[in-house]
Design a protein around this ligand. Structure first.
Ligand SMILES: Nc1ncnc2c1ncn2[C@@H]1O[C@H](COP(=O)(O)OP(=O)(O)OP(=O)(O)O)[C@@H](O)[C@H]1O
Ligand SMILES: [Mg+2]
Length: 216
């Protein structure tokens, strides 16, 4: 599902964030991305999502070569294949939970985004919060709303950057258990960057970065 070959990223100021990384992730795998601060985790996720261009190497997702796509093709590809979940939830503050989801479906031209949003919110156990605004929610509820937004587009891959970074351990575990259910029930492939050693036990395996290189 994800194939990364000889990937490097040198930022314009000369920082070598990734050095010749190669790995692959099969469909339905649940993989951790760990390593010290500054080791290149976010950079790697951004390159796989096509949010940034590599300085060398290739990224393939679901058999398609991202590194040869232009911005429009990338945006289109992301919409139908990839969901991104961040440490900070980036919800629309003036919109309700339900509206935060439906707007994604509307922009994508879906037939009945409200029905789909309600189903997803039920799956996320947020049915009792649909008319709340983000500021009225706990951190975990905000993160589940952000995950719901990603699910509106039926992603095959979810890339998550410190998704539990702002949550306590209990809320963090709930998010991971939710991800595992999405893997079981929908076959979604996950790559999750985290500092949290507690979460290691959830992963099928862990990719370790140090100074922009893959260990082991
Ligand atoms: N836009 C940028 N311009 C220059 N250097 C950058 C840029 N973004 C990141 N870097 C550098 O690239 C390296 C990797 O950064 P990255 O954000 O990928 O690390 P990380 O593993 O996600 O760290 P953290 O755990 O703190 O989130 C660091 O040395 C960082 O300072
Ligand atoms: Mg990071």
């Amino acid at each position: 599902m994800i194939l990364v070959e000889n990937l490097s990223k040198v930022y314009p100021d000369g920082t070598k964030a990734l050095r010749n990384i190669t790995f692959s992730i099969a469909r339905g795998e649940f993989v951790g991305l760990m390593g010290p601060s500054g080791s290149g985790k976010s950079t790697l996720l951004h390159l796989i999502a096509g949010l940034e261009k590599p300085t060398g190497g290739e990224v393939f997702v679901n058999g398609k070569r991202l590194t040869s796509m232009d911005e429009d093709e990338l945006a289109e590809f992301r919409k139908s294949n990839m969901g991104f979940v961040f440490q900070f939830y980036y919800l629309l503050e003036d919109f309700s939970v339900l509206e935060n989801l439906t707007i994604v479906g509307e922009l994508a031209g879906q037939k009945d985004p409200k029905k789909k949003a309600l189903e997803i919110l039920e799956f996320l156990r947020l049915s009792h919060r649909i008319n709340h605004k983000p500021y009225q929610l706990s951190g975990g509820e905000q993160q589940r709303t952000a995950i719901g937004r990603a699910l509106m587009l039926n992603p095959k891959v979810i890339l998550a950057d410190e998704p539990t970074g702002n949550l306590d351990l209990e809320e963090g575990r709930r998010i991971f258990e939710l991800f595992l259910r999405l893997r079981e029930e929908r076959g979604i492939t996950f790559l999750i960057a985290t500092h949290n050693q507690e979460m290691k036990r959830y992963f099928d395996r862990v990719l370790r970065l140090r100074d922009g290189s893959l260990e082991n």
